[in-house]
Design a protein around this ligand. Sequence first.
Ligand code: TRP
Length: 364
Amino acid sequence: MKMEKIILTGDRPTGRLHVGHYVGSLRRRVELQNELDIKKMYVMIADTQALTDNAKNPSKIRDNVLEVALDYLACGLDPKKINFFVQSMIPELCELTMYYMNLVTVARLQRNPTVKSEIQMRDFAATIPSGFLNYPVSQAADITAFKANIIPVGEDQLPMIEQCQEIVAKFNNIYGEVLVNPRAVLPEKSVCNRLPGIDGKAKMSKSLGNCIYLSDEPEELKTKVMSMFTDPKHLRVSDPGEVEGNPVFTYLRAFATDEHFLEFCPDYKNLAEMEEHYTRGGLGDVKVKRFLLAVLESTLKPIRERRKELAKNLDYVYDVLKTGSLQAEEAASKTLAEVRAAMKINYFDGSDFLDEQKVRFSAK
Ligand code: TRP
């Protein structure tokens, strides 16, 4: 039997989305929404998860709900094909989380490598909010509530999917086959998994101030690209340069197509030729950066313009989220009913519980 695809992904609304999100996931989602064998596709604004390490800063999360929605729609994600929703508007997710927590040990949560590195980055030490440590469990609720089987994510999310699979296996083993086992789908090009910041640091992140946002104006984009970190040993144009670990080339690997070369830099047929010249020496950083700028501008211009148009019509964006959240809740409540029935905590559904207890009491 051919499996029907149900896709679910999401992002935390802690800031506007950047080009790392674009190559890591958004671009893929736009393709996926047009595939024919998809039964349903959900995209979630994960505000509940964002609150796990922003409890004291709720307005940051609130303010970014519509920002992220705008980024989605501007990229071409289509509300006719995608069910968008806001995580906290689906209370069923909290209830599922509560039941799944009993299937996961604290030690297992502490071993999750992504959570571990986030704890380090945030300097939590002994002050880890328990909700934060637990967010992989809540993420398992996000996924299983919709019976999603395909989860398009970046590499950093693999530990979450793995934990979800463990929860599914455990739940189904104890209570019966109710939950669907999900599979992660990674970006095709591995450079897209973790785009470095413009400063060359391992990750593009808001707190490091090294992002290129989808909504950046042309002038900001230019300033950022032209100031990007490159190979520090490539001092003169004639010097041989290093492309590995050079963020300008990493970005080109993620964004540049042969058509871009034809249009903006016909000296080279493709990136391999340009990289070869840079490695040999004789190709200056400014020329490479100008090319990257042209590539990024041609990609981001239509997104930026659509975003501006959409921002004039927030009623529409709000409505997409509101309608989508109501629909999503309907789907999640069906799964929750099955979960409760499987766990036999559906006491007031019909007369099973009372009948069974009457038999038990009369046998005493
Ligand atoms: N953890 C994801 C991120 O930080 C967001 C997320 C929450 C998510 N729930 C999810 C992604 C479920 C995929 C599936 O980007």
